[in-house]
Design a protein around this ligand. Structure first.
Ligand SMILES: C[S@@+](CC[C@H](N)C(=O)[O-])C[C@H]1O[C@@H](n2cnc3c(N)ncnc32)[C@H](O)[C@@H]1O
Length: 233
């Protein structure tokens, strides 16, 4: 058994509709990862992919669902603890509520870890991910909660280990405390470079972007999200 890690966020929201409950019952098992195993990322899928991408805290799954549909040569792993969000991603993947199979036109290129991502990171062998997304993470803006922010050295040590050299770590947030924090912590790392240096580029969505739910919320409130791209050396 791996050690339990304390999780501070929400695991459940409002009661799920019957169809979403059915999706969790009928479909989650087909795509979920077992953290007790140690694996090569290539062994997770039933076919081989050119690239592998990890999305941490995918929320409602809008970004991973759209990216995985568009990039069928890439295997995606998404981690999320919030059960309503997991059911939402399953609905995106099956294309209909309560479904038991992938939607037409989808390849089987998404796997889900339905718990705290920190529990699965040690299961991955070294140098497997081409890209890692951390999109609109819980900001934990109070200084006394800064240890709860995902961007902290213990998590970054693990990301660094499982990312390929040249791989990208993409962090987006509309919370400037988080952005300043991420830049500060990442500046202490010898194993990552920040890619963009012109200040206006921080406000530009990287190529091939798919908007997330929290990003839409921020834009509707006229907040300006910042997009940081770090490259693993
Ligand atoms: C503010 S929401 C953003 C969701 C989504 N990325 C978006 O942009 O719409 C942050 C999400 O990260 C998830 N989360 C936070 N810590 C996590 C962890 N350690 N492992 C997996 N998911 C986590 C939360 O459950 C929540 O759904």
């Amino acid at each position: 058994m791996k050690e339990r890690i304390k999780f501070y966020g929400r695991k459940k929201g409002k009661k799920l509709k019957e169809n979403r409950e059915k999706l969790l019952l009928n479909f989650l098992d087909k795509v979920k990862l077992d953290p007790e195993k140690s694996f090569e990322v290539t062994d997770i899928f039933s076919q081989s992919f050119d690239k592998h991408v990890l999305e941490i805290g995918f929320g409602g799954g809008e970004h991973i669902a759209a990216q995985s549909l568009k990039n069928q040569d890439t295997g995606y792993i998404g981690a999320e603890v919030f059960i309503n969000g997991i059911a939402s991603l399953l609905a995106h993947l099956t294309g209909h509520e309560g479904g038991e199979a992938l939607a037409d036109g989808r390849v089987d290129n998404v796997r889900i870890f339905n718990d705290d991502v920190r529990l699965i990171l040690p299961s991955f062998k070294n140098n497997c991910f081409d890209k890692v997304y951390l999109l609109f993470p819980d900001p934990w803006p109070k200084t006394r909660h800064k240890a709860r922010r995902f961007v902290n050295h213990p998590q970054l040590d693990e990301l660094s280990r499982i990312m390929k050299s040249g791989g990208e770590f993409i962090v987006a947030s509309d919370d400037m405390t988080y952005i300043r924090w991420a830049l500060f912590v990442m500046s202490e790392r010898k194993d990552f470079d920040i890619i963009w240096t012109k200040s206006e580029e921080y406000f530009t969505q990287p190529n091939g972007w798919e908007q997330t739910r929290y990003e839409t919320k921020a834009l509707n409130q006229e907040k300006k999200p910042v997009y940081l791209v770090f490259r693993k050396k």
